[in-house]
Every structure is written in structure tokens, then in C-alpha cells.
Design a protein around this ligand. Structure first.
Ligand code: GDP
Length: 196
């Protein structure tokens, strides 16, 4: 599919440096280490695509990848670094909330949550934000290969329950970059949002 043609476009420290706001964008967010880079690489079938976001200077940048003239994938800075100071955290929140609130081409947010752990406080904050903004969210319960079938289903059902109670704008699936599990489902969601 289209996503295999994604190429690196640019990195932006904040909204004012983002590429022109047109067409369709889907952004990827998640607590650092939740498996965002791995997911992006598997979704685009490109081993090194999201590696750039891991080099230290780039971690706080919004990285844009172009699929075609109208469509982009966006790698948002990972959140929840224990080590960053309060000012860095605030700057991150500001540039991220600004991007999510203002960006007209943003059609949906893919959120990585480790399938073995409950959603973090920031995950829930993101869900609250996006609910207020009416921005659709698709949650990938990542690293699902690390769970046996029963616990994996359990984790999926628990999240589904939370979404049906509080976050009707969000959907959820199991995902494993390692086993390439759940790829068709996430591709279908991207197609839907990108009107492809
Ligand atoms: P990021 O910080 O969110 O970009 O996370 P990474 O994609 O760099 O992954 C963090 C760690 O989790 C790395 O050690 C990966 O090898 C591991 N990881 C990521 N996805 C999977 C997966 O699907 N299965 C397993 N078993 N490990 C994974």
C-alpha cells in the first residue's frame, strides 16, 4: 500500500515550522518506549524510517513523512521521559497541544499503549484532549506478542470497556511489530482517515 512509499519530509520544533497545512495527516503518539518507532517502521515496511526520531537532538521534534502529495504520517515526540525537567515537559505539552488543536489536516491520532500495562496518566490526558477536540483516536496495544492469548484478549477487553464508557471517539486493537500482527487493521484505519 501507499504507506510503503513514505519518505522523510522534515522535522519541526513547533507548529510554525510544520509543513503547509493541507491534505491528510495521521499522527503517531505514545509514551516513550511504547513501541512507536517500531510500529511506524512496520506500518511503512521501512526498517529505518522512524529511527531518526530516536537520535537525542530530534526527540522533541515533530517528524513528517510524506506518503503522496496529499498524505502524511507524523511522528510526534514520545512523552513521559522520567528525566526531562518541568520546563521541557511544559514546552512539549505546548507544542504538542498546539499541533493537535490547530492542525486542520490532522484526521486522526494513532496512540501506542503497551499491552502489558494500564494506560498512563498522559495517555488518559491525550484521550481527554482529543475527545474535547473531536479528533478520532486509534489505540495500538503494542508488543502483544509478549502476552499469551488470554491476557492479550483481557487487555483488549479492558481498554474497550474504558473507551465505551468514556472515550467513544477512540477504537483499539492488539498490535505486534515483532510478529507483524494487526497490520491489516491499522492500515484499514489509516485508509479510512486518509480517504484512500
Ligand atoms: P518508541 O520509544 O515508542 O519509539 O519504542 P521503540 O519502537 O523504540 O521500542 C521500544 C522497545 O520495545 C525496543 O526495545 C523494541 O525492540 C521493543 N519492541 C517494540 N515493538 C515490539 C513488539 O512488537 N514486540 C516486542 N517483543 N518488542 C517490541
Amino acid at each position: 500500500p501507499l504507506y510503503q512509499q513514505a519518505t522523510y519530509l522534515k522535522s519541526a520544533p513547533d507548529l510554525s515550522h510544520c509543513p503547509e497545512d493541507f491534505g491528510y495527516e495521521v499522527a503517531f503518539a505514545g509514551r516513550s518506549n511504547a513501541g512507536k518507532s517500531s510500529a511506524l517502521n512496520v506500518i511503512t515496511s521501512q526498517r529505518g524510517l522512524a529511527k531518526t526520531s530516536k537520535t537525542p537532538g530530534r526527540t522533541q521534534l515533530i517528524n513528517f513523512f510524506e506518503c503522496d502529495e496529499q498524505r502524511k504520517l507524523v511522528d510526534l515526540p514520545g512523552y513521559g521521559y522520567a528525566k526531562v525537567n518541568v520546563n521541557t515537559k511544559r514546552a512539549w505539552e505546548r507544542s504538542l497541544s498546539e499541533y493537535i488543536e490547530v492542525r486542520a489536516s490532522l484526521k486522526g491520532l494513532v496512540m501506542m499503549v503497551d499491552s502489558r500495562m494500564p494506560p498512563t496518566e498522559i495517555d488518559l490526558m491525550m484521550l481527554d484532549w482529543t475527545l474535547t477536540l473531536n479528533l478520532p483516536v486509534h489505540i495500538l496495544l503494542t508488543k502483544s506478542d509478549k502476552l499469551k492469548k488470554g491476557p492479550a484478549q483481557n487487555s483488549l477487553l479492558k481498554m474497550r470497556q474504558l473507551l465505551s464508557e468514556k472515550y467513544p471517539h477512540a477504537t483499539v486493537q492488539l498490535f505486534s511489530s515483532l510478529k507483524r500482527q494487526g497490520l491489516d487493521e491499522v492500515w484499514a484505519k489509516l485508509d479510512e482517515w486518509m480517504e484512500y
